[in-house]
Write a protein that binds this ligand. Structure first.
Ligand SMILES: *Cc1c(COP(=O)(O)O)cnc(C)c1O
Length: 397
């Protein structure tokens, strides 16, 4: 085997050609649509946002979809619109991005964590049940990496205790479980179109729900709390008065963003198939290495293939995950870490008293997790380079 770049060998790629983790595929139609918005000079919330919402609702087979400027905003409003606030508890996973927790905190509620499974990395229904108290109002499952949580059990628990279910579908645009699409198991589903997600609008998010009241509230709350269709106040229908009916938020999506989303959404299945191919190739190529490759999708489910995470077998390798991370960076391959356990960040430790040992499975994953590039933007050579670099880093003679 070649000498590693971290030890002075020649890297798999040159520095100039660094493979950026999570770079999206942007194609001509969205570039033209964005430029078109700018030329027409309607760049804020308008007809493109409306169209993107309609297209997404059709894609999901849902009654309402409301576009917002992030999934974080979507999670926040989902809870506010569900009446969750101070004194309430919301149960979620410590194996998630910080914004899942922050959204709970910002609506005034208290985040309560339930450990995840080591293999699926998803929240464990039995752990959720242990955390339910008289104050619990909602469960916020995260479909980690694009694999659906055990939604049959989670919905059963939610029904038994009369809890709202808000799904964090940031990784799960395409995911399905037992014939149901992600975002539609519970009351509200929240999606992200952030730059590294499966389809992108730069920044952007979407809420989906079949509940008319919730959808109406989210629409109003997302645009300053102004009454219905206030975005039209400067349109060619002429100026319209609006009423402020809540102290709302500035969470609306812009037409420039939706212009990208409309075209990206048309290719959602094509991109998914392409990432599936890369995922399968990685699995074949990494079988013999000291790492645990992700489980195959369970029967009667669709995995969104958002992240490819080979858990590093640190015992067998005799090196830490951070060493592997540095080794791949030296090979000029960009990687990600999803995630360091959320409960161990200083703010949450200080505020909620969470500490090492609280969530053993999450901490076990947190020490071993590493995400390799998995994007529709990768070409064959990129994929080969990732494979070469990862094999080089994990090779043990
Ligand atoms: C990306 C992400 C979010 C936040 O999405 P934004 O659109 O960036 O606000 C929330 N939860 C998870 C699990 C994510 O990966």
């Amino acid at each position: 085997m070649e000498k590693l770049a971290i030890e002075g060998g020649k890297p798999v790629r040159t520095k100039e050609d660094f493979l950026v983790f999570g770079a999206p595929l942007i194609e001509e139609p969205e570039i033209e649509e964005v430029v078109g918005c700018m030329r027409r000079r309607w760049i804020g919330t308008g007809p493109k946002v409306r169209q993107f919402e309609e297209d997404f609702a059709v894609y999901k087979g849902v009654k309402h979809s409301v576009a917002l400027n992030s999934c974080t905003a979507a999670l926040h409003l989902a809870m506010v619109a569900s009446g969750i606030g101070p004194g309430d508890e919301v149960i979620t996973t410590p194996m998630t991005f910080c914004s899942t927790i922050n959204a709970i905190i910002h609506c005034g509620a208290t985040p309560v964590l339930a450990d995840c499974d080591r293999e699926t990395m998803n929240i464990l229904p039995e752990e959720i049940e242990k955390k339910i108290t008289g104050r619990t109002k909602a469960i916020l499952p995260v479909h980690f990496a694009g694999r659906c949580c055990k939604m049959d059990s989670i919905i059963k628990i939610a029904r038994a205790y009369d809890l709202t279910v808000v799904e964090d579908c940031a990784h799960a645009i395409e995911s399905e479980y037992h014939g149901q699409k992600a975002g539609l198991f519970g009351d509200i589903g929240c999606f992200s179109f952030y730059a590294t997600k499966n389809i992108v609008t730069g920044e952007g998010g979407m809420v989906i729900t079949n509940d008319d009241r919730i959808a109406g509230r989210i629409k109003v709350l997302g645009l300053h709390g102004m009454s219905k269709d206030a975005w039209k106040r400067f349109s060619d229908e002429g100026y319209k008065h609006y009423q402020v009916i809540h102290a709302g938020y500035k969470y609306n999506m812009m037409d420039i963003q939706a212009a990208m989303g409309i075209h990206q959404l048309k290719r959602v299945d094509k991109y998914w198939l392409y990432r599936q191919k890369i995922w399968k190739k990685y699995k074949e190529e990494f079988n013999d290495l000291p790492c645990i490759t992700p489980l195959d999708p369970e029967p009667d489910t669709k995995h969104a293939y958002h992240l490819y995470i080979p858990l590093i077998d640190i015992g067998k390798l005799g090196k830490t995950r951070d060493w592997v991370l540095d080794a791949l960076t030296a090979e000029n391959i960009g990687v990600g870490v999803h995630y360091l356990p959320v409960h161990l960040h200083p703010f949450y430790r200080k505020t909620y008293g969470w500490k090492e040992g609280d969530f053993p499975n999450t901490e076990w994953i947190g020490k071993r997790t590493l995400s390799l590039p998995l994007s529709a933007a990768l070409n064959d050579r990129d994929v080969e380079d990732v494979i070469s670099a990862f094999r080089k880093a994990l090779f043990i003679a």
